[in-house]
Design a protein around this ligand. Structure first.
Ligand code: OGA
Ligand code: MN
Length: 218
């Protein structure tokens, strides 16, 4: 019986919000309250996703990305058996104009969500990420063990023509016991409460994204 209920829950898709049509912040706020997560279509739009992808590929080719670490402060270490991506913060001067523009857009969304949800979201941080073939990010929460500053996570995907057999899905576990696999297809994003556990499954292609966090003051 329990098994049947689980399967039925898993069949439900996450709420999907079209950012080109809807009052996005209101719809995200509702979805975060109901489900804890939602997908966004057309955020960023296809043209901006292509520009951001090219910017990220340029930065990767010029050696600007760094192997991502886990933990923070004194507990910060690089551990490829936990996560295999390489990253660069979007406020780095080496990033292109599109990255700066997108960071401003994310900050606008932070301000609107904060007005709707009263989470004390005072800042946004975001980085480009490249996962090489076979890289993954083991099951984790985005909140650090010693800080609950990160409240809302948003990941925007930059991969053109991503196929199911390319792998690389984001697997996310919801508070109600449901779980979802999200394809990292360009011009889509996922937004979720940073307390939810999630993982990045290994891919057969390089996997490109922007990961962002809306946070309270530290
Ligand atoms: C992260 C993360 C998910 C993704 O960077 O913390 O979980 O789908 N990213 O890239
Ligand atoms: Mn994460």
């Amino acid at each position: 019986m329990a098994k049947v209920a689980r399967i039925i829950r898993n069949m439900h898709e996450l709420p999907l919000i079209d950012a080109s049509q809807t009052d996005v912040a209101d719809a995200i706020a509702d979805a975060l309250g109901d489900t804890g997560a939602c997908r966004l279509a057309n955020f960023p739009d296809a043209a901006l996703a292509a520009t951001l992808r090219n910017d990220l590929l340029r930065l990767r080719e010029t050696g600007a990305l760094r192997e991502a670490s886990v933990g923070h402060g004194a507990n910060k270490t690089v551990s490829r058996d936990i996560r295999g991506d390489s990253t660069l913060w979007l406020d780095d001067p080496r990033c292109g104009d599109a990255a700066r523009g997108f960071l401003r857009e994310l900050d606008g969304m932070r301000a609107q969500l904060n007005r709707l949800l009263y989470l004390g979201l005072s800042e946004v941080e975001a980085h480009y990420a490249s996962y090489p073939v076979g890289a993954f990010y083991k099951l984790h929460r985005d909140r650090f063990r010693d800080s609950d500053a990160r409240r809302i996570s948003l990941v925007s995907y930059l991969n053109d023509a991503w196929e199911a057999e390319d792998g690389g899905a984001l697997r996310i576990l919801l508070a109600n016991g449901g779980e979802h696999l999200v394809s990292p297809q360009a011009a889509t994003s996922i937004v979720f409460l940073s307390e939810l556990e999630h993982e990045v499954l290994p891919a057969r292609r390089e996997r490109l994204s922007i990961a962002a966090w809306m946070r309270r003051p530290t």
